[in-house]
Ligand binder design. Structure first.
Ligand code: FMN
Length: 345
């Protein structure tokens, strides 16, 4: 029997931890598992719904979708819910590896339980050379909706982000053609207008903004109304976050995260791709803002797929990428639910 007790790479309090969990022969301090999940749930989620539940399993960790947190109006199929869980799954893989545990993921392991998205088992492995930077990126990543600077994001940078997604087993398409980029902006603006007219969707946005200290979007993370309207309007109302950025000829980049089809398996992968892309971008000093409205509205999703992707891939999420001014401070982390609400022993 393997008697080795894995020690966390970056978790000071765990040394004196008497509570050790046996995961299929690998003895892991309970405190370490808690720390891994607390970092995994730093992942982005649609409207900060955090629609995940984690369960410690005799072999490792199970990730479940929490259907009670689905956006019933904007996300009737649960696409964004599963993408959000996929992002948390990738975060878990990254922080586990950085802590000396390689995650082996069985996706949709139980056909009788559709909420079980992934069963994760661990084996001891040396952390990668990038471990410290990986952990820092997970802790620093956040959605900063203030205006980007006019500094262009070179196509080479977008290609590198798409390659990071590909290395992780996903698929992302940078939009480099000017006409395509123009089409994307028009489609995103149209999706926004269509959703604005939908009472159920606008009520849902209200429900998830300025809510409480644990989930949803706090006012101090949403920019105060900008002096000049944006080309792609924000789906959220004015907040309290000062934004003195000027409307500029956009130098930002757009990447479409794609899948082979519109299935739950592709959505989970797309979430993992979003996390792979975003953590790479953070390490490059780039800021990322997902734009899911264009995918949520069937008309604009189909137009994006047909007119921009030439029906060669299925569009699952759009992300905008740009530079925040160096002088701007880092935003405080967006709140999260208490760990004990999302992690079951
Ligand atoms: C699937 C998905 C869709 C999202 N769609 C949007 C969007 O349309 N507009 C936006 O401003 N943010 C969007 N976000 C970002 C979330 O609002 C953000 O991740 C959440 O509020 C948590 O904040 P954080 O990223 O700072 O931790 C999306 C995130 C995910 C995972």
């Amino acid at each position: 029997m393997n008697e080795r007790v894995i020690r966390p790479y970056a978790s000071p309090g765990a040394e004196g931890d008497a509570d050790v969990i046996d995961l299929a022969g690998i003895r892991v301090p309970a405190q370490m598992l808690r720390r891994l999940v607390s970092l995994a749930i730093r992942a982005p989620s649609v409207h900060n719904t955090q629609p995940w539940l984690w369960r410690i399993h005799p072999d490792g960790l199970d990730l479940h979708a929490d259907e009670s947190r689905r956006l019933t109006a904007a996300d009737p199929t649960g696409r964004n819910l599963v993408i959000s869980c996929g992002a948390a799954l990738h975060h878990l893989r990254v922080v586990a590896h950085a802590s000396g545990l390689l995650a082996d993921v069985d996706r949709f392991a139980d056909p009788d339980d559709p909420t079980l998205l992934a069963r994760v088992r661990f084996t001891p492995a040396p952390p990668p050379r990038t471990a410290a930077a990986d952990l820092r990126a997970v802790q620093e990543r956040c959605t900063d909706r203030r205006r980007f600077t006019s500094w262009p994001v070179p196509h080479g940078r977008l290609n590198l982000l798409a390659q990071a997604v590909e290395r992780d087993g996903g698929y992302a398409v940078p939009i480099s053609d000017v006409t395509d980029r123009f089409r994307v902006d028009l489609l995103a603006a149209r999706a926004h207008r269509l959703q604005e007219r939908d009472a159920a969707i606008t009520a849902e946005v209200q429900q998830w903004t300025h809510r409480n200290a644990y989930d949803g979007l706090p006012a101090d993370h949403l920019p105060a109304r900008a002096p000049v309207p944006d080309k792609i309007p924000s789906r959220f109302d004015e907040g309290l976050l000062p934004d003195d950025g000027q409307e500029v000829e956009s130098g930002d980049g757009v990447i479409v995260i794609c899948g082979d089809d519109d299935s739950r398996a592709s959505w989970l992968r797309a979430g993992e791709s979003l996390s792979a892309l975003w953590l790479t971008a953070v390490k490059d000093g780039l800021s990322v803002v997902p734009l899911s409205q264009v995918i949520e509205v069937p008309e604009t999703r189909e137009a994006l797929q047909h007119q921009v992707l030439g029906d060669l891939a299925v569009a699952l999420l759009l992300v905008r990428i740009g530079w925040q001014p160096i002088s701007r401070g880092q935003l405080a982390p967006t709140p999260r639910r208490p760990l004990d609400d999302v992690l079951m022993a």
